[in-house]
Design a protein around this ligand. Structure first.
Ligand code: NAD
Length: 415
């Protein structure tokens, strides 16, 4: 059967609920997104022809606050993926205990095949189509794979034009000049760096070797901060074209400069650097593996061959359910996505709070608050997983499940 990330989510949810002895009626609602919107997006291409793209916005839960989650532009976007990503956002926001529910959106498109003008028209049409269900108090989009600050600027402008006044709080991840937050671009990578530090400490690793899959926003900033701030050796990194490996540690600043020039790693060359495949990257000689690309990368086959002792999930859903079991049997500790990559949504929350009060904060304060939230959330998850004697993933799910069902009980059922 084809991999279905939403079913994967529901399976883990059932396991977490069984462990705490929760009746299915108490959490059944979490298996059903509150709203699923599918939109058709006709776009005039540069050559004058009309193309119609397909887009989605899913609002999984608003029990704990407005829905929050990114927008993905990728050829593989489909409704089950968007539903899973939205549900993971609900759980992530509950784990880090910020007043949000979860949502996610996407367009089935290869953004690299579109001109800047075509991308802008597509983004604006998508925003107009989902406009009735988004807003600072309803649902707040952000960047994800294939989208960036420019995409958010266009979304904010389109929404504001329709309202007749500037509404910076409708999206997060915008440029600073129009209401973005200091520290937001680095936030997910910074959160990954904090979890990497805590994981290494808990495993008694003082100078671990780290392999990173993906060199986009999350992969490249994680690589930068892990090497610069923690002083750990990054031995492997990859992008869509393949990976590179150097046992004594890669020159990350030089590589990031290379990638910044819009070049692919297959064309990177330096002394002692070996080119490797995606599978070789995932199974490379490293203490810590950080998947930071797409979901379903660590399959059962890869899990059986993994050499790392620790996996820190920077991507959403990078490990399949069967792979998760193999890793657990092999004693490889997985720091789950819904905890590890939450830095982005935490600073998105700070950006939104700044927009709502029109008062902007210093970067040092933002980083300090992010550190506090990540350390506290890690402690909550670890405490829960040791209390029930389960993996960190189940500990994270149980922590979130209790907060979500607790909120639902307080609110009651309407009408
Ligand atoms: P991005 O588009 O900036 O980068 C994606 C990277 O993955 C690129 O380097 C790309 O070349 C690489 N890649 C794509 N397909 C690949 C493949 N088949 N094999 C190997 N590498 C491949 O995206 P991003 O924002 O860095 O997001 C990466 C992951 O992190 C996603 O799962 C996303 O949902 C998750 N995430 C992102 C944020 C955020 O703030 N950007 C926050 C939380 C989670």
């Amino acid at each position: 059967m084809a991999y279905n990330p939403f079913l994967n989510f529901c399976q883990v949810l059932d396991r977490a609920a069984r462990i705490v002895g929760m009746e299915s009626s108490e959490y059944e609602i979490l298996k059903h997104p509150e709203r699923e919107l599918k939109v058709a997006l006709p776009i005039r291409m540069d050559d004058g022809k009309l193309e119609v793209f397909e887009g989605y916005r899913v609002q999984h839960s608003s029990q704990r606050g407005p829905c929050k989650g990114g927008v993905r532009f990728h050829p593989d976007v489909n409704i089950d993926e968007v539903k899973a990503l939205a549900a993971w956002m609900t759980f992530k926001c509950a784990i880090v205990n910020i007043p949000y529910g979860g949502g996610k959106g996407g367009i089935k498109v290869d953004p690299s095949a579109l001109s800047a003008g075509e991308l802008e028209r597509l983004t604006r049409r998508y925003t107009a189509q989902i406009l009735p269900i988004i807003g600072p108090q309803q649902d707040i989009p952000a960047p994800d794979v294939g989208t960036n600050a420019q995409t958010m600027d266009w979304m904010m402008d389109t929404y504001s034009m329709m309202k007749g006044y500037a509404v910076p709080g409708v999206v997060t991840g915008k440029h600073i000049e129009i209401g973005g937050s200091l520290g937001r671009t680095e936030a997910t990578g910074r959160g990954i760096m904090i979890i990497t530090r805590l994981a290494a400490e808990s495993h008694g690793l003082s100078a671990p070797a780290v392999a990173i899959q993906g060199a986009g926003n999350v992969g490249s900033i994680s690589a930068k901060l892990i090497s610069e701030v923690l002083g750990f050796k990054v031995v492997a990194i990859s992008d869509v074209s393949g990976g590179i490996y150097k046992a004594s540690g890669l020159d990350i600043p030089e590589i990031l400069k290379f990638i910044g020039g819009k070049r692919l790693l297959k064309d990177y060359d330096a002394a002692e650097v070996r080119h490797i495949t995606n599978e070789e990257l995932l199974t490379s000689e490293a203490d810590i593996l950080i998947p930071a690309a797409l979901e379903n990368q660590i399959t059962a086959d890869i899990a059986a061959k993994l050499k790392a002792k620790i996996v820190i999930e920077a991507a959403n859903g990078p490990t399949s359910a069967d792979a998760d079991e193999i890793l657990s049997e092999r004693g490889i500790e997985v720091y789950p996505d819904i905890l590890s990559n939450a830095g982005g949504v935490v600073v998105s929350y700070f950006e939104w709070a700044q927009n709502l009060q029109s008062l902007y904060w210093e970067e040092a304060d933002i980083n300090r608050m992010l550190e506090k939230v990540m350390v506290r959330s890690y402690a909550d998850v670890e405490k829960c997983s040791s209390e029930y004697g389960v993996s960190l993933r189940l500990g994270a799910y149980i922590t979130a499940l209790k907060r979500l069902t607790g909120a639902a009980k307080l609110r009651g059922i309407f009408p």
